[in-house]
Ligand binder design. Structure first.
Ligand code: ADP
Length: 267
C-alpha cells in the first residue's frame, strides 16, 4: 500500500494528513508553526510517520499547501490552500451533503469560498489585512480573559439575553474595549458571546460577497469553538456543517490531491 501526505503550513499551525491509495484518512498531526516552518513541518511529518508505524519510503507523494508551502522543498507539488480546502471539504462532508460554500477561519485570515456542482472553486473572498475576525483575535480575547481558547465555547453558552455589542474590529482596540466592558461589570460570559457575534457578523458579510448557496462547511481552528459556530449559524439563519477535525481539512485535501497527481504521473 502506498501513502500520500498533505502538509498545510499555516500562519499559526502546521497540519499534516496522511491518506492511503483509496483516499482514506489514516492519520493526522497538528503542531505550532513557530518561526522555523520547514524544520517543524519535517519534525511533525517524521513523528506522524512514526506514530502510524510507516517508513519514509511508504510515502509516495507529498503535497504542500498553506502560507509556508514554498518553504517545504521536499514536496512533490504545492497547491493553493483554497484548492486544497475545497477538495478536503467535499471529501470530509461527502456523507453530509453537497458543499457549495466554505467558511475558513485561520490564525491570521478568514475566507469564504464558493464551489460549483463539481466542487471547483468559482469565487472566493479573503480578509487577511488585519486580525479582525480571525483566530488571532480570539487568541487575544482569551488571553485577556485569562482562559484557553478551547474554553470560549463553554463561556458563550452561559451568556443570557441579547449579546453584548463589541464594535472594535481591530484586535488591539478590542483589547481596550474588553477592559472597558470588564470595568463596567459585564460578565466574562457576556463579553465572550459578544466577541463571537462581532466575528460572526464580519464572516457573514464576507460569505455574502461570494454568495451563499448549497450546504455550508466551516473549517479552520476556530471552527472548534462551538460558541462561534452558534453565533455564525444565528447570523446566517442557517445550520452549518463542522467536521469532526476542522483544522485538518486543507491538509486532507492536499493529501487527496497527491493521490490523483501520483496516479496521473504514473499512468
Ligand atoms: P492557520 O491555518 O492560519 O495556521 P488554523 O486553522 O490552524 O490557522 O487555526 C488557528 C487558530 O485556531 C488559533 O489561532 C486558535 O484561535 C484556534 N484554535 C485552535 N485550537 C482551538 C480549540 N481547541 N478551540 C478553539 N479555537 C482553537
Amino acid at each position: 500500500m502506498k501513502y500520500f501526505a498533505g502538509i498545510d503550513i499555516g500562519s499559526t499551525a502546521i497540519k499534516i494528513s496522511i491518506v492511503d491509495e483509496n483516499k482514506n484518512l489514516i492519520g493526522s498531526k497538528i503542531s505550532a508553526s513557530g518561526s522555523m516552518f520547514y524544520k517543524y513541518a519535517q519534525e511533525t511529518l517524521d513523528a506522524l510517520i512514526n506514530e502510524l508505524e510507516l517508513n519514509n519510503n511508504d510515502i509516495a507523494y507529498i503535497v504542500a499547501t498553506g502560507y509556508g508551502r514554498k518553504l517545504y522543498k521536499e514536496a512533490d507539488e504545492n497547491i493553493s490552500e483554497i484548492t486544497a480546502n475545497a477538495i478536503g471539504a467535499r471529501a470530509a462532508a461527502s456523507d453530509f451533503g453537497e458543499i457549495k460554500t466554505i467558511i475558513n477561519i485561520g490564525g491570521q485570515d478568514s475566507k469564504a469560498i464558493s464551489l460549483d456542482n463539481e466542487g471547483n472553486v468559482v469565487n472566493f473572498a479573503m480578509n487577511d489585512r488585519c486580525a479582525a475576525g480571525t483566530g488571532k483575535f480570539l487568541d487575544v480575547v482569551a488571553l485577556k480573559l485569562e482562559m484557553d481558547v478551547n474554553m470560549l465555547g463553554e463561556h458563550h453558552f452561559r451568556s443570557k439575553g441579547t449579546p453584548l455589542s463589541v464594535s472594535s474590529t481591530c484586535a488591539v482596540f478590542a483589547e481596550s474595549e474588553i477592559i472597558g466592558l470588564l470595568g463596567n461589570d459585564h460578565s466574562i460570559e457576556d463579553i465572550v458571546c459578544g466577541v463571537h457575534y462581532s466575528i460572526a457578523k464580519r464572516i457573514v458579510k464576507l460569505v455574502k460577497r461570494v454568495g451563499i448557496k448549497g450546504d455550508i462547511y466551516f473549517d479552520g481552528g476556530p471552527a472548534l469553538n462551538s460558541g462561534l459556530v452558534n453565533a455564525i449559524e444565528n447570523e446566517l439563519g442557517q445550520r452549518i456543517f463542522v467536521p469532526k477535525h476542522p483544522q485538518i481539512t486543507t491538509s486532507f485535501g492536499a493529501a487527496i490531491m497527491g493521490v490523483d497527481s501520483y496516479n496521473y504521473e504514473n499512468s
